[in-house]
Design a protein around this ligand. Structure first.
Ligand SMILES: CC(C)(COP(=O)(O)OP(=O)(O)OC[C@H]1O[C@@H](n2cnc3c(N)ncnc32)[C@H](O)[C@@H]1OP(=O)(O)O)[C@@H](O)C(=O)NCCC(=O)NCCS
Length: 137
């Protein structure tokens, strides 16, 4: 397996992965989201490739001393074979190379089944409540 930075040609493969794994956003929102991340730091959007097929993706970002990653997903039929772990380890390595050691992730409360995965990778549940607001344009 190859873990590498995102290339433009990967777009349809990763949108498919997000659709198939139910990471809920419309195509348009995904495209905007991804375009923004690529503009910020394309090196932190990483994919897992096996025999020329993109099977997993993670989107990372750094904000000062904190790093975040989002939209980690592996094709359903490829899950459970270590790809998610490798993607997380690869993005963590990038963060460390940039001197950032503090990683935050958000897990939707409707997706508790993913928690054992993160716990097995050393993540700990914190006691924050997330609030958000969409600013009108
Ligand atoms: C979460 C996800 C990315 C994990 O990827 P994956 O390739 O299936 O995970 P891995 O095979 O690398 O598993 C890594 C470790 O987590 C453990 N793990 C994974 N899922 C688990 C589960 N449901 N329960 C317990 N442990 C689990 C594995 O045992 C493994 O530990 P090990 O390496 O010590 O054996 C994948 O399941 C996915 O795409 N889910 C749908 C999208 C999603 O919910 N993304 C997260 C958004 S926050």
């Amino acid at each position: 397996m190859l873990i590498r930075p995102f290339r433009l040609g990967d777009y349809s493969a990763i949108t498919r992965i997000w659709q198939e794994t139910g990471l809920d956003q419309s195509d348009k929102e995904s495209l905007n989201d991804l375009a923004q991340h690529l503009a910020w730091d394309s090196d932190l959007v990483m994919v897992a490739e096996i025999e020329g097929t993109v099977v997993g993706v993670v989107v990372g970002t750094i904000d000062g001393a904190r790093a975040y990653f989002y939209r980690l997903a592996v094709l359903p039929e490829m899950q459970g074979s270590g790809i998610g772990r490798e993607l997380v380890e690869a993005i963590e390595k990038r963060f460390k190379q940039r001197g950032v050691n503090n990683v935050l992730i958000m897990v939707n409360q409707s997706n508790p089944e993913v928690l054992p995965f993160y716990l097995s990778l050393g993540y700990e549940v914190q006691k924050y409540v997330t609030l958000s607001k969409k600013l009108s344009s």
